[in-house]
Write a protein of this length. Structure first.
Length: 280
């Protein structure tokens, strides 16, 4: 006779899959669960289709690809091979969390539209995946136990309320932090670098990071990055014989035209004229 005090175990709704995605266009059919992808290896430019429009951004290890809700397909293209940890979260799990959130609807629009970075959630997913792979009941129980925490974290990230800056507070970054950010930018100058990515380096929200960066450096992080790109292009124009279109891509500009307009605006001279004067 069954003991009425013992509940039957609930079927696991949090599942993991380690997959290698090719450098190609990928079509995912609609599924019954929320799909969350954590990048484990490889860097790639992601183009994903949303509301009949293509959005392009850079995906790096530790970042999450845009989340796919239940019953929605996904079309995406990766420029390079990547290894992803695919995490499936059931609608029922979200509904259980929603039962405690009568004051607000579940909205994940921000995480559906763009890739995002959340160091805490990334570590949480890796640990749960590691426990689930142990194959014992304790490991599975541990993985299942983090499900509501993961969902709440996603909702916090989507709502931008995970860390609210204090009004009127004056934040500043240390010289060591600025140096770290600068080195990170220089190491990835040929790639897209977002403010969210830089903010994640110092575990800050994008808005608070932008304010602190501007208060410390005297310019927003976007302008700082543009200046680094132009400075690198200046050095390459003077010290190498690479064609200008190749220099533009190496320094993170979209193309030669983008380099020319930015370089001319910042220096008052076009890249081709600068090169002629430097070698003349």
């Amino acid at each position: 006779m069954n003991d009425p005090c013992i509940e039957a175990p609930r079927p696991a709704s949090l599942t993991f899959e380690d997959v290698m995605l090719p450098a190609a266009e990928i079509h995912d059919a609609p599924g019954p669960a929320y799909t969350l992808c954590l990048v484990l290896e490889g860097e790639a430019r992601l183009s994903h289709r949303r509301d009949d429009r293509w959005h392009t951004e850079w995906l790096r290890p530790g970042m999450f690809a845009p989340i796919t809700p239940p019953h929605e397909g996904a079309t995406l293209h990766l420029s390079h091979v990547q290894r992803h940890l695919m995490i499936s979260l059931s609608e029922a799990a979200f509904d259980r969390v929603a039962a405690y959130m009568s004051d607000r609807p579940i909205r994940l629009d921000a995480l559906r539209d763009h890739a995002f970075s959340d160091p805490f959630l990334g570590r949480l997913c890796r640990r749960a995946w590691s426990e689930a792979r142990r194959g014992d009941q304790l490991g599975r129980a541990f993985a299942d136990s983090i499900e509501p925490t993961l969902i709440c974290g996603l909702l916090r990230s989507a709502g931008g309320t995970r860390r609210r800056p204090v009004r009127g507070s004056k934040l500043a970054l240390t010289p060591a932090t600025i140096a770290r950010i600068r080195e990170h930018c220089l190491s990835r100058l040929d790639q897209r670098i977002s403010v969210a990515e830089l903010a994640a380096l110092v575990d800050m929200e994008s808005d608070a990071f932008t304010r602190a960066f501007k208060a410390t450096v005297g310019q927003p992080p976007q302008q700082f990055l543009i200046a680094l790109r132009a400075q690198a292009a200046r050095s390459m124009l003077r010290e190498t014989t690479l064609p200008i279109p190749a220099i533009a891509l190496a320094c993170g500009f979209f193309d030669q035209s983008h380099l020319t307009s930015t370089f001319t605006r910042l220096t008052g001279i076009s890249p081709s004229r600068f090169r002629r004067q430097g070698t003349g």
